[in-house]
Design a protein around this ligand. Structure first.
Ligand code: NHF
Length: 483
């Protein structure tokens, strides 16, 4: 194809404008990576102009104003444009967006109205600008209504007739429950006689999954897992009917942002193999969090959003099982108040545990640079970024074998002999404290053999998790869709 592929990418959040979780990293980084490919993609990103976006940081220029039909009358949408890292970015404002104080809330109706309005406005923006996308690429439930809307009108719509759709699932259980009424208010029908289970017939993500020309998740492992009852969020039987259209593409890591050689927030910057400097970072970290300096004791790090998905509740009992052994631990994160309390209790119970309940990017980086291992006991993990960052910083992951964790970490004990020479961490199968404890125990033993441990660190630091590789895979999907 001589003209570049035009992709309209829609997301609820994207760095550097607004970032709440991993979706923000991906939606921010992928467009720039697609534009940097040898066959560049003309990708344009559309975001809601959330109240929390600091408009003074970006030069937003008004580009269009149009209306979106709603049962209560037409709603005005206004669009603005700026450019970041070479990517044209549009933001959309309107009453449902202005009246919502946070990016996500516990008010399903408010979020439903905001994101349905946004999804429809993003499509209308392309029409107003007469910029006809080859692909509409939506992420998660918030923008899935755009795909559902296109599917219901595309045949009669001259402008979008040739547009194909891709839906990327970053976290399946977030279906958009409670937003069904909002879809109806914006004229989007449910899908009563479809392969969807009845309870999902008017939910944004299921409707998007039904309508999308292609679906991908953020790792191959998770793409397979969502077809099972354990991970399928009640949609596994339906998703099996779409199995031929579901693939997995691993997220990349921003190698400039996460680089121990240039990281300004760590004490001593270091390259691959500079283990002495890494040890100095460990000593500085122990001092910072007020743990005893003892180079022989492995330091276990935990950096996480504290919620059920991340399996943080497995850690206290796993560590209690290891009470007789030599280790120290530092836990950093915020989230569910019960899990925060459990972490505080662990801190009070063990002199060798520090729980720091806050969001702190700098300390997180110093934990990656100074801990010996990172515990990642997620119940499910569509892709996961922490394990990739940990490996890049020479911190060995100890993780549950699920989704992207299984796809990116090679277990030390999975293969004997030569196979072991490829290993980069430790994996366990079942999400329970016993298995986590046993796996930490395995890791503590290997830690005693410095040569082997260095091998694990070194191999992890050499892995290439660049965005370029992921972007190439997205390009292949786009090309296939156009064909
Ligand atoms: O990396 C971005 C992120 C994933 O595993 C992560 C998750 C949410 O749970 O794709 O989305």
């Amino acid at each position: 194809m001589s003209t570049p592929i035009r992709v309209l990418s829609l997301a609820a959040e994207a760095a550097p404008f607004v970032k709440i979780g991993g979706l923000g990293d991906v939606a921010g980084a992928l467009p720039a990576a697609l534009r940097a490919l040898p066959t560049p993609v003309d990708v344009r990103l559309v975001l809601p102009l959330h109240n929390v976006i600091d408009q003074s940081q970006f030069e937003f220029e008004p580009v269009a104003s149009f209306t979106i039909p709603h049962v209560d009358g037409e709603l005005i949408a206004e669009a603005f444009r700026t450019t970041v890292r070479g990517v044209p970015v549009y933001t959309i404002s309107g009453v449902p967006i202005i009246s919502s104080p946070t990016v996500y809330s516990s008010d399903a109706g408010m979020d439903g109205a905001k994101f349905t309005f946004f999804s429809l406005a993003a499509l209308e923006l392309a029409r107003t600008l007469q910029w006809r996308p080859h692909i509409v690429h939506a992420h998660d439930w918030h923008t899935a209504p755009a795909i559902h809307a296109l599917a219901t009108t595309r045949e009669e719509d001259e402008f979008f007739r040739e547009t194909a759709t891709l839906l990327t699932v970053h976290n399946l259980p977030y279906l958009g429950v409670g937003a069904g009424g909002c879809l109806a208010e914006f004229g989007l029908p449910p899908a009563p006689d479809s392969p969807l289970p009845y309870w999902a017939e008017n939910l944004p993500l299921p409707l998007g999954l039904l309508a999308a020309d292609h679906i991908n998740t953020v790792s191959q492992g998770y793409a397979a897992e969502i077809l099972t009852s354990e991970f399928g969020a009640g949609l596994d039987e339906f998703l099996k009917t779409r199995a031929n259209s579901i693939t997995g593409i691993l997220n990349g890591l921003d190698l400039e942002v996460w680089n121990p050689q240039t990281d300004q927030k760590i004490k001593i910057r270091y390259a691959k193999g500079a283990f002495k400097k890494r040890e100095e970072n460990k000593a500085a970290l122990l001092e910072e969090v007020e743990l005893t300096a003892d180079p022989e004791r492995p330091l276990l790090g935990v950096i996480t959003r504290m919620d059920h998905q991340k399996g943080l509740d497995l850690i206290p009992n796993a560590l209690r099982d290891l009470a007789g052994q030599a280790w120290q631990a530092v836990i950093l994160g915020t989230g569910d108040p019960d899990l925060e309390d459990a972490a505080r209790r662990l801190d009070a119970e063990f002199p060798n545990v520090r729980a720091i309940i806050r969001y702190d990017d700098g300390l997180a980086r110093r934990i990656y640079a100074g801990s010996d291992m990172l515990l990642i006991p997620s119940r499910y993990e569509p892709c996961g970024l922490t394990q990739m960052i940990a490996m890049r910083y020479g911190c060995v992951p100890v993780a549950r074998a699920t989704g992207g964790l299984r796809d990116t970490i090679i277990d030390y004990h999975a293969e004997e002999g030569e196979g072991r020479k490829r290993s980069t961490g430790f994996l366990f199968e079942e999400a329970n404290p016993k298995e986590l404890g046993q796996t930490i125990c395995r890791a503590l033993k290997v830690y005693q053999d410095k040569r082997r441990w260095r091998g694990l660190q070194h191999r992890g630091m050499k892995r290439n998790f660049s965005w370029e590789r992921s972007a190439e895979k997205y390009l292949e999907v786009y090309q296939e869709l156009i064909r």
